[in-house]
Write a protein that binds this ligand. Structure first.
Ligand code: APR
Ligand code: PHB
Length: 394
């Protein structure tokens, strides 16, 4: 088999890149380790920046998002039994975010790919990149007991944090930066109406809590838990009780509880590799970086990498501009580090780090109090939350 761009991974990064390339007449094949149903069963984040919304429009997958997505022009911070609104639109000259689940984005992209007849090989085992530092890179994989070779011009490593792409780069050609946080998020999905029209990020002495949603009838909530916590030890009842204790009283009083559809614990991590390219391989999305979910940046960063690689490939195939190829990593990393900073800062501001009322606790309280009373403070949250501008390749 032969293609122009071989894409490893059919998560949102791989599918969005494939769709954009196909629409520009650039041939691509996606190899995915799991089944399509498995990919759709993963519950992930759900806040899209304007830049990602625009990119989905460019990919022609905006119809259901426009119908079912919820535009949000504000978010709330809660602390000390207070609620403070961050007026996203008012503080950023009209920018907003769209609440639309990653699962739905993935489903729309899968359907769009099927409609245009794009090739996705699901359950492709043992995907391996070869000859990445030559002019003839190729992938091998196993399907139905046979080994298949896929020749290509370029490889897009869209295979997430645990994928094979990053591991294919020689260790002395790449550097990782990492921070592991001493806690995780326990998330619960339920078919109950959201407690508020807007997302609520809550700091509490018992730990962080987040009220989010997927639709007017489906809620997503999170509470900070210790890293060694077991999800089996959290009955729905225990979860709802803990969530209520961490929310301002008037919010807790309105909370509608119900049976969970899904419950899981995710650790929090900040991670970046530099550079994000090696020979003919480009790393995209979670394959190259992870952010803690506090700023809702993971999926959006994946989209901005896709935007950069897509525009680069169009320059290469339509204008012969191979001179721009070395700029990929630098262009992506500029924006990634700023989003890493925001996600780390929001995490530091809102989580419980110690059982003691220590100096850091007082700093968090003072910082929140300051931010809430300052237009400059609220504006810095708003402009990062709606998403910083995409960087240009040249
Ligand atoms: N071979 C083929 N496919 C692989 C391999 C491999 N060796 N390893 C992983 N994959 C697949 C995974 O099964 C998954 O479907 O690659 C895909 C990677 O998808 P994601 O982990 O969702 O990563 P990405 O597409 O970059 O999405 C960005 O943003 O909010 C975050 O974590 C959230 O998934 C989200 C991410
Ligand atoms: C979610 O809805 O799952 C969600 C929303 C905002 C975040 C993280 C997760 O910051």
């Amino acid at each position: 088999m032969k293609t122009q761009v071989a894409i490893i991974g059919a998560g949102p990064s791989g599918l969005l890149l494939g769709q954009l390339l196909s629409r520009q007449g650039i041939d691509n094949v996606i190899l995915e380790r799991k089944s399509g149903d498995y990919v759709l069963s993963r519950i992930r984040a759900g806040v899209l920046e304007q830049g990602m919304v625009d990119l989905l429009r460019e990919a022609g997958v905006d119809a259901r998002m426009d119908e079912e997505g919820l535009p949000h022009d504000g978010v709330e911070l809660a602390f000390d039994n207070r609620r403070v609104r961050v007026d996203l639109a008012g503080l950023t000259g009209g920018k907003t975010v769209m609440v639309y689940g990653q699962t739905e984005v993935t489903r729309d992209l899968m359907e769009a790919r099927e409609a245009i007849g794009g090739t996705t090989v699901y359950e492709a085992a043992n995907v391996r990149p070869h000859a990445l530092d030559t002019d003839s890179p190729y992938l091998t994989y196993e399907k139905d007991g046979e080994t298949v070779r896929l020749d290509c011009d370029y490889v897009a490593g869209c295979d997430g944090f645990h994928g094979v792409s990053r591991q294919s780069i020689p260790a002395d050609r790449i550097k990782a930066f990492e921070k592991i946080y001493p806690f995780g998020w326990l998330g619960l999905l339920a078919d109950t109406p959201p407690v508020s029209d807007e997302l609520i990020y809550a700091r509490h002495e018992r730990g962080f809590a987040l009220c989010s949603m997927r639709s007017p009838t489906r809620s997503r909530y999170y509470v900070q838990v210790p890293l060694d916590e077991k999800v089996e030890e959290w009955s729905d009842e225990r979860f709802w009780e803990e969530l209520k204790r961490r929310l301002p009283e008037e919010v807790a009083a309105k909370l509608v509880t119900g049976p969970s559809i899904e419950k899981s614990i995710a650790p929090l991590r900040s991670f970046v590799v530099e550079p994000m390219q090696y020979g003919k391989l480009f790393l995209v999305g979670d394959a190259a970086h992870i952010v803690p979910p506090t700023g809702a940046k993971g999926l959006n960063l994946a989209a901005s990498d896709v935007n950069t690689l897509y525009r680069l490939m169009v320059k290469v195939y339509h204008e012969g501009r191979t001179d721009l190829i070395p700029n990929y990593s630098r262009t992506c990393l500029k924006r990634i580090w700023k989003a890493e900073r925001f996600s780390w800062w929001m995490t530091s501001l809102l989580h419980k780090f110690s059982d003691e009322e220590d100096f850091e606790t007082r700093m968090q309280q003072a910082e929140l109090d300051y931010l809430a009373s300052s237009q400059a403070g609220l504006k810095t949250i708003a402009e990062n939350y709606v998403g910083l501008p995409y960087e240009s390749l040249e």
